[in-house]
Design a protein around this ligand. Structure first.
Ligand code: GLN
Length: 287
């Protein structure tokens, strides 16, 4: 950026940084600078378009400059600004947690649409990360008793802080689904949900640098999907109530494999597609 700071306006910054991000191979270059500039000026992205001639002060440039540098190194926007929106919740994110995806909002919607909000249902989210799933569920259905578990203490810290910020009461505990017997459950659960790591490590090279170099590997990658989903099925078999329902997100390439796993364990399971028409979720009950 030039030292003649007085020359920068909203428009010249948008144009310069879009080109700069393009050169660096950053996905969505224009969107990236819009987001960072809106954050710096504390206005909505669309309002930038009403302020093209607004000059940028040296304070504003000092705040913007490090964010532009981080984005130029492919760091995800959400980690740079420190939060993302998920349903009605504002979710803080850092490198301890996966950035919530649109598909996962859809998973929450499938659950909310299928159950009565006024019933006192008990819900467990396995591998909760930022806590986005239980927080969104609790905001939609305040009568539900909602709990999240994760293997990562760093993630649990973020999840607890997100529950406080969104003013919902959720229990977050340490728990490893690969050792299902170590997870304490007092009473049968009505709903179990999980978006486990499901990208195979040999697919890592196909991911954008902003994903593979920044997001937590333990939240993304798992080689043996049969072990991962098999453990969840075993746990759900022990702890779901008779009418209980299991909701899972999955890799679009392996839905048949995972359906087969449910069949072999005598569950009745249905695959549902995401907005891109890819098989992305399983809704399952004991048959
Ligand atoms: N949907 C995520 C991605 O494509 C992966 C989420 C997961 O592994 N659970 O990056």
């Amino acid at each position: 950026m030039s030292t003649k700071v007085e020359e920068w306006t909203v428009l010249s910054m948008l144009e310069w940084a879009t080109d700069f991000f393009k050169e660096k191979g950053i996905p969505d270059p224009r969107h990236s600078i819009e987001w960072l500039l809106a954050e710096t000026l504390d206005i909505k992205r669309l309002d930038l378009y009403l302020k093209f001639d607004r000059p940028l002060s040296s304070d504003e440039l000092d705040r913007l400059r490090p964010m532009v540098k981080r984005r130029a190194q492919h760091e995800p926007l959400q980690y740079i600004v420190g939060f993302t929106d998920f349903m009605n919740a504002r979710i803080q994110v850092n490198e301890e947690v996966l950035i919530p995806r649109l598909e996962t909002e859809q998973l929450v919607e499938i659950i909310v649409d299928a159950h009565a909000p006024e019933e006192p249902l008990s819900v467990l989210d396995i591998g909760t990360g930022s806590g986005c799933i239980p927080i969104a569920l609790k905001m939609e259905c305040p009568q539900w008793a909602v709990r999240g578990i994760d293997i990562s203490e760093g993630a649990l810290e973020v999840a607890r802080s997100n529950a406080d910020d969104n003013e919902v009461n959720i229990t977050f505990d340490h728990g490893d689904i690969l050792s299902p017997d170590s997870i304490d459950v007092d009473t049968p659960l009505d709903i179990i949900v999980s978006n486990p790591p499901y990208v195979k490590p040999d697919e890592k090279d196909l991911l954008e640098p902003q994903v593979k170099e920044y997001e937590p590997a333990e939240a993304l990658f798992f080689d043996d999907l049969e072990t991962m989903y098999g453990s969840i099925i075993k746990f759900a078999g022990q702890h779901l109530s008779q009418q209980g329902v299991l909701y899972l997100e999955l890799h679009e390439k392996y839905s048949d494999e995972i359906l087969d796993l449910f069949d072999r364990n005598s569950w009745s399971a249905q695959v549902q597609k995401d907005y891109d028409k890819k098989p992305r979720f399983i809704v399952a009950k004991r048959s």
